[in-house]
Design a binder for this molecule. Sequence first.
Ligand SMILES: Cc1cc2nc3c(=O)[nH]c(=O)nc-3n(C[C@H](O)[C@H](O)[C@H](O)COP(=O)(O)OP(=O)(O)OC[C@H]3O[C@@H](n4cnc5c(N)ncnc54)[C@H](O)[C@@H]3O)c2cc1C
Length: 333
Amino acid sequence: MTLGSVVVVGAGLAGLSAARALRGQGFTGRLTVVGAEPHRPYDRPPLSKEFLTGTAEEPDLALERPDDDLGATWILGDPAVRLDAGRLELHSGQTLAADGFVIATGASARPFPGAVTLRSLDDARWLRHRLRTARSLLVVGAGFIGAEVASAARTLGLDVTVVEAAPAPLAGPLGAEMGAVVAGLHAAHGVRMICGVGVDRVDDGGAHLADGRVLPADVVVAGIGARPETGWLAGSDLTGLGLTDRGTASSAARTAAPECRAWSRSGTAPPGSSRASAGTCASSTGPRRASGPRSPPGPCSGWLRSRRGCRTSGPTSTGCASSSPGTPSTATR
Ligand SMILES: Cc1cc2nc3c(=O)[nH]c(=O)nc-3n(C[C@H](O)[C@H](O)[C@H](O)COP(=O)(O)OP(=O)(O)OC[C@H]3O[C@@H](n4cnc5c(N)ncnc54)[C@H](O)[C@@H]3O)c2cc1C
């Protein structure tokens, strides 16, 4: 089937990359990009690094190049709410018919009641502003984004505490040994790291830990992971698409929108599907800029590396603070 029109849902890195790929492969039809946010595509990795510390500004985040000539119609600030039978419905009530759809709606931060999250430019604008007036920050979760926010806040001179339920930061992706190295880096930079205890709830008094401690903080950020932004498809008739909560598609990948394809997180097309479109729901595809690839992970690679190189100094042997109240630890300031 020759495609006369394609709608790309999601105006992030994957959406922009898909639009570029379509034009690059000779697609001359009508191309529309729909974005939930009011912004043109921007780079998210600096949001938890240079943008927070103030060494990058909004124009530095732009993903589009001056020579991009996509000839696309952009509909921004109007999220897609449903996809049925070749028609995409937007929040405003506008509907878009097309021969093909790219689903590139990425992921959203897992929320934690009472805490803020960092996923979008608007989140980062708020947090950047807040970190300039706050004196203390508590981060729930010592994953990549939590660690980066903690690091940025220390750079800005805040009193920073990170609470991590696992025995060490990043113990899952990096292993316990590297997790201890990361904990040492945090300690060396003045971050108070409390591991092995969860946060039960956050309220105006601060973070209430599972062991009974209450840690007050001016700002509480949750960095507890992301989930595929596929909820908007819940009411859609996509039974044949084979979408899962990880955004993968079966080899059949047939749907009421016959040329709609979802791609696996590895970025490969499901076997047997035509390359009508490309994109992911929880994307790890597309060219990575800024902070480079996530693997191999390490204290001076991937997420922990800034554009200007590793911002951390050499590792120390210190680990996390004990989860037991009152137990002294070398990692505690
Ligand atoms: C703070 C932060 C720091 C990061 N740092 C790194 C790093 O250092 N290294 C690294 O490799 N990766 C990093 N990442 C991850 C990286 O940013 C993502 O892998 C990348 O953004 C994925 O691109 P995407 O286009 O698939 O999804 P997204 O960037 O999530 O884009 C999806 C777009 O779809 C839009 N959308 C969502 N729902 C709808 C809807 N219903 N209708 C229309 N549009 C919709 C969203 O508004 C968004 O603009 C970081 C992420 C964050 C949040």
